[in-house]
Design a protein around this ligand. Structure first.
Ligand SMILES: [Zn+2]
Ligand SMILES: [Zn+2]
Length: 452
């Protein structure tokens, strides 16, 4: 088989791999680079021919895996787009939101490439989408040969799948993004059992090991204690969240903690795309039972929408828990504006529940000491950080030891490292070379075709 990493800039970037195996041309994932602007954010689709893809497979609906699907689908209109059942409704919703964000950016920053696609392109995507159940194979034929595609639950976020391709008894597995731990809303990954011939492995968390003695459940407990502490001192608690998956998980953590008498009752405010996705999650639960999220918990908790009369430096009059997008406190989002209102008041607290890229405002805030100043560029406002700022390891990604253990057990002949920054890939490279001396561990050069 031949494989090319189309993510032009390496790192986490715009996830996309082109695979040629027998007569089949297959694209796995079609992301957009979260830190690039305009066409620069696209995978290097110039390396593909015209209308020559036989299959497009989407592992899940985060934009670094999904964001350029309408672009590539329009160039390959005959390729079925295979994905799990929840993604058939979630993908168009995420893409429509992406168009709105791109249109806003075009106006605000004059980015002429935006939007990269239009609503009518999403209608075409809808026609190409093919829902596939987890764990049951579908066979595709070409020139008298066949390939089997199997999707396996990958945890991480609703709809996430690891992708197994079986061609002439050779098993190739793309992990996609994985979480083995159960979340409150979603069961953990159930990946294919060994022996696997070729494993394409995500490496997001390769640069760090999990803090000694902590687990997901101890982090949830610490998070609940911190929220209580902030409320008890008369402050508000800001929780910046990703709209897809993280917001619903945090709502459920808060709901369960309150029901168990572990969290003081207070107003709860939520805002952003995540609130609309709550409706989608509820429908997915009713239809497929692939998620444990019931929209009625919002009513039980009296969740209110955010009122946007926020001013930098003016503390919130309505004390409570604010669960809002975006997870990395990106400029112009509710979490950014709320942080500007809250940060200079010492009874308040900010709780990050996932990874923050160091180049984002959330990452910058985590890297700034208490009592130092934090500058909100988009608001031209400087705040002395008096609120508490904490981070909790409730990541949607498996830690590096769990991933390495899976790779070792897979007894794969070839392991391709993917979807991680260079330091993260290096850790995997060294560790796996030592543990699997016979395996070929590859860190692909973007754009180069490898015969494996
Ligand atoms: Zn993801
Ligand atoms: Zn990802």
């Amino acid at each position: 088989m031949k494989i090319t990493d189309l993510n032009a800039s390496g790192g986490i970037g715009a996830n996309s791999h082109f695979v040629k195996i027998g007569p089949f041309n297959i694209l796995v994932d079609c992301g957009l680079h979260p830190k690039m602007i305009g066409k620069q954010a696209l995978p290097n689709y110039n390396l593909l021919g015209v209308d020559n893809l036989d299959l497009i497979i989407v592992t899940h609906c985060h934009l670094d895996h999904l964001g350029s699907l309408p672009v590539i689908a329009a160039l390959h209109p005959h390729a079925p787009i295979i994905t799990s059942i929840p993604n058939v409704s979630l993908a168009p919703r995420m893409l429509r939101n992406s168009i709105n964000v791109m249109k806003r950016q075009r106006e605000e920053h004059g980015i002429v490439d935006y939007p990269l696609f239009l609503h009518r392109d999403i209608s075409h995507v809808n026609k190409q989408l093919v829902a596939q159940r987890y764990s049951s194979g579908e066979i595709y034929y070409k020139n008298g040969e066949n390939i089997e595609v199997i999707l396996h639950p990958a945890g991480h976020v609703v709809g996430a799948a690891a992708v197994e391709l079986v061609y002439k008894h050779r098993r190739i597995v793309f992990s996609g993004d994985i979480l083995f731990d159960n979340q409150l809303t979603l069961a953990g990954a159930k990946l294919p059992k060994p022996p696997i011939d070729t494993l394409i492995l995500e490496t997001t968390r390769g640069a760090h090991s999990r803090a000694e003695g902590t687990s997901r459940s101890t982090e949830v407990d610490r998070f609940v204690l911190k929220m209580n502490e902030i409320l008890a001192r008369g402050g508000s608690c800001l929780i910046p969240v990703f709209a897809l998956g993280r917001m619903q998980e945090v709502l459920k953590i808060v709901y369960n903690a309150r029901s168990a008498g572990k969290l003081a009752r207070c107003p709860i405010v939520a805002a952003g795309l995540g609130m609309d996705l709550c409706n989608y999650f509820d429908k997915i639960r009713k239809k497929s039972n692939l998620i444990d999220f019931d929209i009625r918990i919002l009513d039980h908790m009296g969740v209110k929408n955010l009122e946007f009369n926020l001013r930098p430096g003016r503390d919130l009059s309505n004390k409570g828990i604010y669960i809002v997008s975006s997870g990395m406190m990106v400029q112009h989002t509710p979490s950014y504006k709320l942080a500007a209102a809250m940060l200079a008041h010492k009874h308040n607290g900010v709780c990050f529940v996932g990874y923050c890229d160091p180049d984002t405002p959330g990452g910058e805030l985590l890297g700034t000491k208490n009592m130092d100043y934090f500058y909100f560029h988009a608001l031209d406002y400087r705040a002395k950080i008096q609120a508490s700022v904490d981070q909790f390891d409730l990541s949607g990604h498996a830690d590096r030891d769990e991933l390495a253990n899976y790779a070792i057990k897979s007894s794969a002949r070839v392991i391709v490292l993917n979807h991680g920054e260079e330091l993260a890939r290096q850790w995997f490279q060294e560790y796996l070379e030592q543990e699997l001396p016979k395996a070929n561990i590859l860190n692909l050069v973007p754009g180069k075709e490898y015969n494996i």
